[in-house]
Design a protein around this ligand. Structure first.
Ligand SMILES: Nc1ncnc2c1ncn2[C@@H]1O[C@H](COP(=O)(O)OP(=O)(O)O)[C@@H](O)[C@H]1O
Ligand SMILES: [Mg+2]
Length: 432
């Protein structure tokens, strides 16, 4: 075959050989182009037998290109299907994860979040994508200083398992930077785990361990002090029976008796606290316990401008220890009365049926409880009262008694807006 050479390519010259040569070049050209196209599309090059010179002459080259396009199209469809499958798979993992996942941009706007995240922190908020995360997740106008997402955006480092309270629940949060191809931070991936229940269980465990330790200590001290105090009281009373002492001496002895009685009172509550007796369950009327507690309170309200009202409902009798119930109501009432010393106010005690249980509420319009104190008032020995006025044991005794009755004491209060203590008792002996 005669052929001229130009640019390493072979071109036909003349005659039949020329025609043959032209065909060869054309076929090679078509094969090259088809293979080039297939390569671009990621398809394997055609094998010789699929596109050899003979078959190319025999068949229509345009048809072969069309077929190749079809093959490429098939390939593209398959790639798309695989891509969609991978996307669906990732979305399913994203949505079924047991933790809340959120992707946030540099302006703290939510780009995407999974179902768990919506359930945990965005329930009821429509169309959260595009909104600021601190508005949707924290209910705030600006990001908190403690926000781990901000820390990650500023430092470019991941923050591992930081404990944060959002909307009244405790979360463990991990954040990591989201980077683009060039390594620039374009946002944050935030993972939220709700650990409220775990935290509560841990706190309860810690509280009961603390109670047990404090109880032992208190019992030891109370026993040691009980005898000497009993002796002081006894001898002081003997002195009072003596007819000889002068009036000023008699007054001084009276002070000794009074102070020793006060000391005995504190020791009594220490012993009550440390030797928490198991309740003796019997069918009782909670209204009777409330009335008894109110009677015992009479001496404490003297000189205080206080109005105590009752609203006792027609509630069913329940299984409980009457003495212990009386003590719970008394302790709560006493706090309400003491909080109003010097200023006066009103207290309302009520009982009502609630789904087969009995709910007792003691509400006052006194000074209320500071937010920082609210979580501490049930701790043994926590008191805001001056020395000699409070032992800090009243509410922890209430809390222990109610626990043994399968119940909990609850409080709602704000500084300056009074306080409301309430608890519910079910009928029957609880399994505690
Ligand atoms: N009704 C109330 N109003 C305001 N503060 C209260 C009330 N009840 C309880 N508190 C707060 O709770 C604290 C703990 O109460 P408690 O355990 O009975 O101990 P104590 O009465 O000896 O201080 C009180 O010192 C007080 O700060
Ligand atoms: Mg008290």
């Amino acid at each position: 075959m005669k052929a001229g050479r130009h640019n390493n390519r072979t071109y036909p010259t003349a005659g039949t050989e020329n025609v043959e040569g032209k065909n060869t070049v054309l076929l090679r050209y078509i094969r090259d182009k088809v293979n080039q196209l297939l390569q671009i599309m990621g398809t394997k090059p055609l094998r010789e037998e699929e596109l050899n010179d003979e078959s190319l002459i025999a068949i229509d080259p345009i048809g072969i290109i069309a077929e190749s396009f079809e093959q490429v199209l098939e390939h593209l469809k398959e790639s798309n299907r695989q891509l969609q499958l991978a996307r669906d798979y990732l979305q399913a993992v994203f949505d079924t994860a047991g933790v809340g996942i959120s992707i946030i941009d540099r302006d703290m706007r939510i780009i995407k979040c999974n179902e768990k995240q919506k359930e945990l922190l965005a329930n009821g908020i429509a169309l959260i994508e595009g909104k600021h995360c601190y508005e949707v997740y924290c209910g705030m106008d600006s990001p908190s200083l403690m926000c781990p997402a901000i820390e990650t955006l500023e430092t470019g480092r991941a923050v591992m398992l930081k404990e944060v309270t959002k909307k009244g629940r405790v979360f463990q949060i991990a954040t990591s930077p989201l980077k683009d191809k060039s390594g620039d931070i374009i946002g944050v991936v935030e993972v939220n785990m709700d650990i409220t229940e775990k935290k509560r269980a841990e706190d309860a465990m810690c509280q009961s361990e603390k109670l047990a330790a404090v109880g032992q200590l208190a019992a030891g001290i109370a026993h040691e002090l009980n005898n000497p105090l009993g002796n002081i009281l006894g001898y002081a009373k003997l002195l009072l029976m003596d007819e000889n002492p002068s009036e000023p001496q008699r007054e001084r002895v009276k002070v000794i008796v009074e102070q020793a009685k006060k000391g005995s009172g504190i020791i009594k509550s220490l012993l009550e606290f440390s030797h928490q007796k198991m309740p003796v369950f019997e069918k009782i009327s909670i209204n009777t316990c409330i009335e008894q507690a109110l009677q015992s309170l009479h001496g404490e309200t003297e000189g205080i401008n206080i109005e105590i009202s009752t609203r006792l409902g027609d509630v069913p009798h329940i299984m409980a220890d009457p003495k212990q119930m009386e003590q719970v109501v008394y302790n709560i009432l006493l706090n309400a009365v003491q909080s109003m010393e010097g200023r006066g106010g009103t207290v309302e005690v009520s009982s009502e049926s609630a789904n087969g249980s009995v709910e007792v509420t003691i509400k006052d319009d006194g000074p209320g409880i500071h937010r920082e104190h609210l979580c501490r008032i049930f701790e043994p020995f926590f008191t805001t009262k001056p020395v000699g006025k409070g032992t800090g044991l009243g509410l922890s005794i209430c809390s222990e008694i109610l626990k043994k009755h399968g119940s909990n004491i609850r409080v709602e209060s704000e500084k300056g807006k009074g306080a409301k203590f309430y608890f519910r008792l079910k009928d029957g002996i609880p399994d505690v």
